[in-house]
Structure formats: C-alpha cells, structure tokens
Ligand binder design. Structure first.
Ligand code: HAM
Length: 426
C-alpha cells in the first residue's frame, strides 16, 4: 500500500526548500533590523486559549480547529494562528514587566486550520508573523505595516497592495454593532444560518461571511468608518499620516473586518495583484488588538501585529516571475579514478569541507565520465580530478567548469586555491 500525504498539506522538496530558507532568512534579518526578536511557542496549546483569544464566534474556532484530547484528558488544539499563543507567553512569563517596552517579537512556524483545500489554502501552512506589545503609538502601527511591505519588496514583489481600515475602539464598535443589527434584522432570513446566529452573537462577523459575500445587504451595510468616535478617528488619521510620511501607498477599505475577534483600531491586509492570483490573494493580515492581553489574563496592554503565509508569498513570487537568488550547487566536486585515488579523495573532501568549501564526491563507484556528469548536474564550480598520475605528484587536475580552464594544483594548496578563486567569483 502506498501512503499519501494528508489533504491540505505539502512536502517541501530540495529545489524548493532553498527558496523557503531564503525567504525566511530575509524576513528574519529584516525583523532584526526593525528591532524584533524571535519567540518560539509550542505547536499545540490548551483549546481554551483560542476560544478566548480568537473568539468563539469566528470560523476558525467554530469550524477549523484541530482539537484533540490527550491521554491525560486535556483538550488541546494545534495552533490555528500565532497571536493568542504569543500573548499567552507574554502573560505567562510576565514579559509586561520587562524594561524592554514595547516588546517586539517575531515567529515563524506551522499553523493548522481545517479549511477546504484549494490553491493557496492549506490545512497546514507556515506563518511568519510579528507582534509588538505594550505601545498604542500609531507610529508602531505604521512600523508594523512598513515591515510587512519591506519583506515583500526585499524579495522582489512589485504588484502588492496595502489595504487598511479601522474598527475603532470599544465605543465605536458598539455603535457600529447596533447599526449592523438594525440593518440586517428585517431581512436576516435571507442570509445563511450562520449569519442568523451571528446577528446577535457578533454581527460584525456577518461582513466576513464567505457564503453571503455577494448578497445586496452586504454592499449597503453601515460602514464602521461612519461610527468612529473622535478619538478613534484621530488615531486612524495619525496612522494614515505616518504611512504617507513613509511613502507607503495604501487604500482604505471600510469592509475589511478580518476573521478574528480580537481586533480594534487599525486592521490591514496585503494583497497580491499579480495576474492569475484568485482566492489566495491575501498574502498577509494583521491589526491592533488592545484588549487581548487582558482577555488572556494579563494587565491592560495594547498590541499590534501581522502574519503572512510563506506558501502564498512563494506563489506570489512565482506569479510575478521573480527568481530568488538561492545558492545552488557546489564549490568543488572531487573526481577520483582508481582505488588509491578514492582513498585520497575521502580525505581531501573532508579537508576541503573543513576549510569552508561546499564539496562532494562520488559514492557509487562511477567511471570518470559519469563522475564528471554528476559534477555538472550538481552545479559544481570546479572539479578536482585525482588519478594515479596526480597522486604520484600529490596534485589534482583542477578544472573550472564555466571556462573549461584547467590547472594542476598541489593537494596541500587546494583549499587555499579554491577559496581564493571562489571568493573572486562571488
Ligand atoms: P489571518 O488573517 O487569519 O490572521 O492569517 C494571516 C495570513 O495567513 C493570511 O493573510 C494568509 O496569508 C495566511 N493564511 C491563513 N489561512 C491560510 C491557509 N489556510 N493556507 C495558507 N495561508 C493561510 C492571523 O492569523 C493573525 N494571527 C494575524 C495577526 C497577527 N494579527 C495580529 N497579529
């Protein structure tokens, strides 16, 4: 019987894994440039954390969580997102007491959602995210959005669009909520059963409904921006001002409500506008969540962050035809002809690797020609050939693959010779 990978998951094979590494490397180094430090949390958490954190009326909690009971009878859930776990760690380790405020964190790792798999939508996907905790300065909202945009731009994406909105503070949201209930009440039976429940539990979620997206009541629904109180409006103005000052273009979409319950004030998404990008066009989502730390048992602490999926980022790079400058190949392939040369090659390859070079050799007893072919396939910059004659002289015939130029180099000088030549090429 042949096993198959579970639906909605994928293997990342050599050839692609280099792209993952490159993307993660760029994202990490930009985070450190912006003063964000890495946090690693477990892949599973107590289920209750997500009920509280993400919100029990969200699709994520109601339909998409991988929840199980462990042998000790605990209800655990594979994390569907990273914000609630980071906030849990922030509270548990009393990081709010650290002199380092705001605390700026980033993370990268697999998330799990039981969604209908389609292009760009997986059941296990990798999010790279940041969370800045402890500041309600609109400048940090701009910083977080700038960082996300910077990551995409550094990787070479051009056709991306930043979409922002404000959900306002609690008062603004309450006023908007009442307006939504008034708007939908009379005709709620025209919407799906989920929306009918949402009307009284959490009417904002109706705006996020995947089934009723095109219903006419959606287009005419009251806009949150008309219900922002003065304070919330001033906050949003300041965020926009900072984005403009940074030269980051954005569009405002009053219908951007996001699928998680913890948001207030700024929410944003980054979309790909590359051709052929359909349902998975949202590359990144984030926003401010000033009540979440308290909800999870900590002191009142504002927060803002985003998460982007690496799968969608790579798909967007593909769609825009961006080639990542991933390291390929070897510096040198050591070709050995004959048994004695083979013994020498084993020693030589190790010595070259110890000196910092990327080196490989034949392990299949191949003939000279086949070894040269292997070197070519592996993208080796140089081939060092040793046979009886070379052994006699304690030298290798070194061939530069690109030019075909060949030189004899004493074995003892080979590391130095290659390091110098490779250094010049790079
Ligand atoms: P989210 O919008 O649920 O927000 O997810 C963020 C990003 O993860 C999405 O924009 C999308 O690129 C990616 N994503 C979500 N579901 C899938 C999936 N099934 N397959 C592939 N990619 C997916 C959050 O998770 C929040 N924790 C973001 C945040 C951080 N807000 C504040 N801080």
């Amino acid at each position: 019987m042949a096993f198959q990978i579970p639906r909605g998951t994928q293997d990342v094979l050599p050839g692609d894994s280099e792209k993952w590494q490159y993307v993660e490397h760029i994202a990490r180094s930009l985070c450190s440039r912006y003063g964000y430090q890495e946090i690693r949390t477990p892949i599973f958490e107590h289920t209750e954390l997500f009920l509280r954190g993400v919100g029990d009326t969200t699709d994520i909690v109601q339909k998409e969580m991988y929840t199980f009971e462990d042998k000790g009878g605990r209800a655990l859930t594979l994390r569907p997102e990273g914000t609630a776990p980071v906030v849990r760690a922030f509270v548990e380790h009393k990081l709010y007491g650290s002199p380092n405020q705001p605390l700026k964190l980033y993370y990268s790792g697999p998330m799990f959602r039981y969604e209908r798999p389609e292009a760009g939508r997986f059941r296990q996907f990798v999010q790279f995210g940041v969370e800045a905790l402890g500041s309600s300065d609109p400048a940090i909202d701009a910083e977080v959005m700038a960082l996300a945009m910077h990551i995409y731009e550094a990787l070479g994406l051009k056709r991306i669009r930043l979409v922002i909105n404000s959900l306002g503070d609690l008062d603004s949201r309450r006023a908007h909520r009442e307006a939504l209930v008034r708007h939908f009440s009379n005709r709620i039976h025209e919407l799906c059963p989920d929306c009918q429940t949402r009307l009284h539990m959490n009417p904002l979620r109706i705006l996020d409904c995947k089934k009723d997206r095109d219903h006419e009541l959606m287009a005419t629904a009251p806009s949150i921006l008309d219900y922002l109180n003065d304070e919330s409006r001033a906050y949003f103005e300041k965020v926009k001002q900072y984005l403009t000052a940074l030269g980051i273009p954005f569009v405002i979409d009053a219908r951007l409500v996001r699928g998680l319950d913890y948001y207030n004030h700024t929410t944003f998404e980054i979309m790909s506008e590359a051709e052929g990008f359909g349902a998975a066009a949202t590359l990144c989502g984030g926003g401010r969540y000033n009540g979440l730390v308290q909800e999870i048992g900590g002191p009142e602490t504002p927060g803002i962050g985003f998460a982007l999926s690496i799968e969608r980022l790579l798909a967007a790079l593909d769609a825009e035809g961006v080639e990542l400058p991933v390291e390929k190949g070897l510096d040198c392939y050591v070709v050995a002809v004959g048994e004695r040369a083979k013994d020498e090659a084993v020693r030589l390859v190790y010595a070259l690797r110890r000196s910092g070079l990327r080196v490989d050799q034949d392990y299949l007893d191949r003939k000279l020609k086949a070894q040269l072919k292997a070197a070519d396939r592996l993208g080796a910059s140089f081939v060092a050939i040793i046979g009886d004659e070379e052994l006699e002289k304690q030298a290798a015939a070194v061939k530069h693959m690109a030019s075909g130029e060949q030189t004899n180099v004493p074995l003892s000088e080979l590391p130095h010779f290659l390091l110098e030549r490779i250094g010049k090429e790079e």
